[in-house]
Write a protein that binds this ligand. Structure first.
Ligand code: HEM
Length: 464
């Protein structure tokens, strides 16, 4: 029996005033967590109407009205391609200019009903499959370099921020694996690449995210208008030229034959996969994961015992599959702080959306907005959801919970990313890569201390 039908609670308020008020709450007075939490408490259910920035004054044509879906059952409707249209809705109704990506519409903005989605998604999945031959070996080389730098910095300065070394490590190993180009032969690209990508990502996404600049400056200067792509054109072209000239030629030709893409399109798709999906995703996810690892000595020791006892001497994806606690720690971090917090979908047709206690009629064209940090604390699915439990996903009960771990825009088990859906093709690479990084660290060091992005001490293991 489906739950009883109810009207969707909440309202969009007066035109201009309602969206503006919600925008200020979202970015300034409350912040995203409190914004959704307060409204959820006010309306009681986990489905309600609200506005989501960006909006007024300089976002003409962007509709801020959304239906928020904040529990696991309601959120899962966004994976149903029959009702969820994902065309140009990656970050809501606002779409950064395609000029940021060489006027190519990249995979994440394509809907499954558009013919080129399957084409480009297959391309992304095949690139990832081909990169798997060198993925782990390149990652290990880059990790060795990164942590040698961190060690020198700690001994020279007493403590060090690990973000820049981490981004350089990511850029180097991802460029080699995904694009087939070696940045150590182009020191200028190795140095400037991560900075260009950070600026490119920020210019596309700034109207939709908060970066804790003093208010009201952030509202006035960062959230009020779109950023033009010409600000980063030189840097973007530099990276595109690098990929076009130094990326594996064979790969590019194969790609053209199999996927019907021009050589130029291939370069832009590769740069988006490399810079936005992979570099961007890991740059958001890994600092939080490492920050927790270095600040919790008890957890670190438990992970150390497991990573030194289990798995082969040489780290690989197969090794980390024998480390249940390491993997569970990674999953729990993805649950507790999903790297891509909001997901959107536009209703392809009228349909009935079910939550636990009520159903709601959604009209064609209405936009659903899932806020993962609250969805992943659904008390009907996760016990004690506000506590960080590193071993939550261990054992049979933990394996069952993976069906509800949605960070990749789909469950962690029970569905496969493919060209018919919108799930991240990097899903398993991300969790295994993060697990490998954790195992690498606790094998390399008898102790690492620090907090946030700062490493204070590192004590190397006698035997690796
Ligand atoms: C920590 C790292 C990563 C995170 C957090 C992440 C997250 C996501 C999310 C949430 C989506 C769905 C977006 C939406 O439709 O709302 C997505 C899509 C996608 N991701 Fe990832 N991702 C990561 C790494 C990767 C990697 C390594 C690749 C390399 C191939 C990749 C390629 C893609 C592609 C091509 C899509 C679009 C899928 C489609 O349109 O069907 N991602 N990713």
């Amino acid at each position: 029996m489906p739950p009883p039908l109810q009207p969707i609670p909440g309202s969009y308020g007066w035109p201009v005033v309602g969206p503006l008020r919600d925008r200020l709450d979202y970015f300034w007075f409350q912040g995203p967590d409190e914004f959704f939490m307060k409204r959820m408490k006010k309306y009681q259910p986990t489905v309600f109407r609200t506005n989501i920035p960006p909006c007024f004054p300089f976002f003409d044509g962007v509709n801020p009205n959304v239906v928020a879906v904040l529990d696991c059952k309601a959120f899962a409707h966004m994976f149903d391609v029959e009702v969820a249209d994902k065309k140009d809705i990656l970050v809501g109704d606002f779409v950064p200019s395609a000029a940021f990506t060489g006027n190519v519409r990249t995979c994440a903005y394509l809907d499954t009903f558009e013919p080129n989605h399957a084409q480009v998604k297959r391309f992304a999945m095949d690139i990832l499959k081909r990169s798997s031959k060198v993925w782990v070996s390149e990652l290990l080389v880059s990790l060795d370099e990164m942590w040698s730098t961190v060690e020198s910095n700690v001994s020279a300065k007493g403590s060090t921020n690990f973000l820049l070394p981490l981004q350089r490590c990511l850029f180097k190993f991802l460029t080699k694996s995904i694009v087939g180009a070696d940045v150590s032969k182009s020191p200028d690209i190795a140095k400037s690449g991560p900075i260009i990508l950070d600026a490119w990502l920020a210019l596309q996404l700034l109207p939709t995210v908060s970066i804790n600049v003093v208010q009201p400056l952030e509202e006035i200067f960062l959230h009020s208008f779109r950023y033009p792509s010409f600000l980063i054109r030189r840097g973007y072209n530099k990276l595109a030229d690098f990929i076009g000239s130094k990326g594996t030629r064979k790969q590019t030709n194969l790609t053209r034959v199999h996927y019907g893409l021009t050589e130029e399109e291939v370069v832009h798709h590769l740069l988006f996969i490399l810079g936005f999906n992979a570099f961007g995703g890991f740059s958001v996810f890994l600092p939080g994961l490492l920050g927790r690892l270095i600040s919790d000595q008890t957890l670190q020791e438990q992970l150390r015992v497991e990573a030194r006892k289990n798995g082969n001497v040489d780290l690989s994806f197969d090794s980390v599959k024998q480390m249940p606690l390491v993997q569970s720690f990674v999953y729990e971090t993805l649950r507790f702080k999903p790297p891509v917090p909001t997901q959107f979908a536009r209703a392809r047709k009228d349909f009935r959306l079910s939550s636990y206690d009520a159903s709601y009629d959604i009209k064609k064209g209405e936009v659903l907005c899932g806020y993962q940090p609250l969805v992943m604390r659904d008390p009907k699915v996760f016990d004690d959801p506000d506590s960080f439990k590193p071993d939550r996903f261990v054992g049979d009960k933990g394996a069952e919970l993976l069906k509800y771990l949605y960070w990749s825009n789909g469950p962690q088990v029970g569905s496969t990313p493919n060209e018919m859906n919108k799930q991240c093709p990097g899903r398993d690479y991300v969790t295994l890569t993060a697990s490998l990084i954790v195992a690498y660290l606790v094998r390399r060091y008898d102790s690492i201390t620090g907090d946030g992005l700062t490493i204070r001490t590192v004590q190397k293991a006698m035997t690796k």
